[in-house]
Design a protein around this ligand. Structure first.
Ligand SMILES: *Cc1c(COP(=O)(O)O)cnc(C)c1O
Length: 403
């Protein structure tokens, strides 16, 4: 049924001809002339950093996600760190995070002296499982962090119910999901604090960059101080007062985002919805292409959400294959397809094993998923021919390794 001419040719990893000469990366930014113009304009302006473009970008982003406040910071990790500070995470406080995420989600808890508690994910979507969260709640729990894995929002209705029942703060690490929505509500407005990354591989970029959105003006104010050494006034406010005096009630960091970066962010934000559309288009054609390949199972998508498709994640049905995920990974790389694995469960890392006594068995669903997941190339600049190469390569490799 899947027999094409490609299926019968030798794999590149075995010395055959690769599907592509040049490797297709799994992700990448889109930078157009108007983005370059926007940055050039910022460079010609009076402010390279902490100027009017920072405020404008924050306002535009808050409008986009429908929150009162947006606070721009240096990167997505700084956004998580600032959020942990706003919530006052400290010694003895537990924060529940999914283990299938980028390590920064858990690391940010550690930065503030808290304890990350790893929860498992749902077997179909690989999103934070509210039932596993409930099992982890103790008297010391202070917050829950949802991670919108691959760009699909978590079950925020269930997470909100848990948070309310136990008086916890709900956070959304939305770094994958910029431009997505849940039950008609935009990602960025789903939790009490929502964090974004504008790294080039994410759905929009400022080079490095991050944002926190919230409806709580006190938290927003604290995070604006936190990103600027903990100083309670801005240089504009001091200039207006005609005074040099400022106070640092609590040490902060330099986590500022520059005006050049915010200019790029403004320009990118306008185009984000179109890019998410393109991501969804490519994902939809992958869905069709793999529908009859029983060794390939894309993660499940919920009807009530709009996935922003930062990643297209498949699970390999290893029972139907003669090799493991590593061989499939190597074979696809050899064909010129830049596949990746998102993620090594965070509780596997030596830092957490040694300092938080984690290890195998803690999150069985995530651990099983980790053995068979692969992220296929997905970004707006990909052409239909690129997508066809991905489909062709996956089918070629899978049919060769069929049990
Ligand atoms: C990218 C990412 C981060 C960190 O963002 P940076 O801008 O790279 O610091 C945090 N969490 C998740 C889920 C991410 O994907």
């Amino acid at each position: 049924m899947e027999t094409t001419i490609q299926d019968t040719t030798a794999l590149a990893v075995d010395g055959g001809e690769p599907v592509r000469e040049e490797t297709l990366a799994y992700g990448g930014q889109t930078i157009e002339e108007d983005d370059i113009e926007a940055v050039a304009d910022a460079l010609r302006s009076d402010y390279l950093t902490t100027g009017p473009t920072v405020d404008a970008f924050e306002e535009a982003f808050a409008d986009f996600v429908g929150t009162e406040e947006a606070v721009a910071v240096a990167n997505g990790t700084a956004a998580l760190h600032a959020a942990m500070r706003a919530v006052r995470i400290g010694e003895g406080d537990e924060v529940i995070v999914p283990t299938l995420t980028f390590a920064a989600t858990a690391n940010s808890v550690v930065f503030e002296g808290g304890t990350p508690v790893f929860a498992d994910v749902e077997p179909d979507t690989l999103l934070l499982d509210p039932e596993s969260v409930e099992e982890r709640v103790t008297d010391n729990t202070k917050a829950i962090v949802g991670v919108d894995y691959a760009g699909q929002p978590c079950r925020y209705d269930a997470l909100r119910e848990l948070a309310d029942a136990h008086d916890l703060v709900l956070l959304d690490d939305a770094c994958h999901a910029t431009g997505g929505s849940y039950k008609g509500e935009p990602v960025g407005s789903l939790a009490d604090l929502n964090t974004f990354s504008f790294h080039p591989v994410k759905n929009m970029t400022t080079g490095e960059g991050g944002m926190i959105t919230t409806d709580n003006p006190e938290w927003a104010n604290e995070m604006r101080e936190f990103r600027n050494h903990g100083i309670t006034s801005t240089h504009h406010e001091r200039a207006e007062r005609g005074s040099w005096v400022y106070e640092i009630p609590e040490a902060g960091y330099n986590y500022r985002l520059t005006d050049m970066q915010c200019a790029l962010g403004m320009s990118q934000l306008e185009k984000l919805p179109g890019w998410v559309e393109r991501r969804r288009e490519i994902a939809a054609r992958y869905d069709v292409a793999f529908a009859d390949v029983d060794a390939v199972e894309p993660i499940a998508m919920r009807e009530d959400s709009t996935c922003a498709y930062h990643l297209y994640v498949i699970r390999l049905n290893l029972d139907t294959l003669s090799v493991g995920r590593e061989e499939v990974f190597d074979a696809l790389r050899a064909e010129g397809i830049g596949v990746n694995v998102h993620y090594i469960p965070v509780h596997y890392h030596p830092f957490y094993r040694e300092n938080f006594d984690t290890g195998g068995g803690l999150c069985p669903v995530a651990e099983t998923a980790y053995e068979c997941i692969l992220s296929l190339p997905l970004f707006p600049r990909m052409t239909d021919d690129d997508a066809r190469d991905v489909e062709k390569s996956v089918k070629k490799v899978i049919s060769t390794y069929r049990e």
